[in-house]
Ligand binder design. Structure first.
Ligand code: PGA
Length: 274
């Protein structure tokens, strides 16, 4: 057992005992909902209605990423400043003859302050290379839209112990495009093998990988306080608290468990208890 493992065990034990290692300082968490290609207009309206009554603790920031056609409902109905919203993707180009694409300035018009880029489903099914993902992040930042840059390895890459190399390549592509503005992005670590599968990495694996990502970002010259790394992949009400207690986990990107307001609100409440 090395120093890091011991630190993590101590942290967990301290939490089990209900002790606070940093009295007065509560860790902040981002709780983000990635709806993917789900929900209808009616369901979105109902969800927003149910969110009105939600209590959001001071250390929690909520984000929702609905499909493009429902963004206007967020613009019209969301009167809660603690809930930010954004798109699930953005064009790398600013404007022009790009049929089917939606630009960063259009997202701005819809009141979005955020966009996901590089989700593994985009990388796998729609050919978003590390380079394209980096260009999308750049396009978003040009319009003051915060990119949530998803990175993650496949099961094969994990089993072959190649995950660090893969994650570094995905991060380097973004750094090469935008330099230290990577600090204006939120990073979401989503192991592809954990997305929608119900399989979750061990807390040790999450700790080790988040620490690795943190170190890569630090080596780019980013300040500790500008580094935000979310975990994503089969997060639900049962596992959110223990994952939240892992160092360098600054929040969650949640798919399936974010589709029902009840379940999403439950997760928001649980994260605030950590
Ligand atoms: P999941 O999806 O929570 O359904 O695993 C997470 C994601 O793909 O962002």
């Amino acid at each position: 057992m090395d120093k890091r493992d011991i630190e993590m065990l101590v942290r967990r034990r301290v939490q089990e005992l209900g002790l606070d290692m940093n009295p007065g300082v509560k860790k902040e968490y981002i709780i983000a909902a990635n709806w993917k290609m789900n929900m209808s207009e009616k369901e979105t309206k109902r969800f927003l209605e149910e969110m009105k009554a939600v209590h959001i603790a001071d250390n929690i920031k909520v984000m929702i990423f609905p499909p493009y056609p429902y963004l206007h409902l967020f613009k019209e109905n969301l009167r809660y400043e603690k809930i930010a919203y954004g798109a699930q993707d953005v064009a790398k180009e600013e404007k022009g003859a790009y049929t089917g694409e939606v630009s960063a300035s259009m997202l701005g018009d819809m009141g979005c302050s955020l966009t996901i880029v590089g989700h593994s489903e985009r990388r796998t099914y729609y050919g978003d290379t590390p380079q394209i993902v980096a260009q999308k992040a750049k396009a978003a930042l040009t319009y003051q839209i915060t990119p949530v840059v998803c990175i993650g390895e496949t099961l094969d890459e994990r089993q072959q112990q190649r995950y660090k190399e893969v994650l570094k390549e995905q991060l380097d592509a973004v750094y090469n495009e935008i330099g230290t503005k990577v600090g204006d992005c939120i990073i979401a670590y989503e192991p592809v093998w954990a997305i929608g599968t119900g399989v979750i990495p061990t807390l040790e694996q999450i700790y080790e990988t988040h620490k690795y990502i943190f170190d890569v970002l630090k080596a780019y010259g980013l300040a500790h306080e500008n580094i935000k790394i979310l975990y994503g992949g089969s997060v639900n009400a049962k596992n959110v608290k223990e994952i939240a207690s892992v160092e360098h986990v600054n929040g969650f990107l949640i798919g399936g468990a974010s589709l029902k307001a009840e379940s999403f609100k439950n997760i928001i409440g649980l994260a605030s208890e950590v």
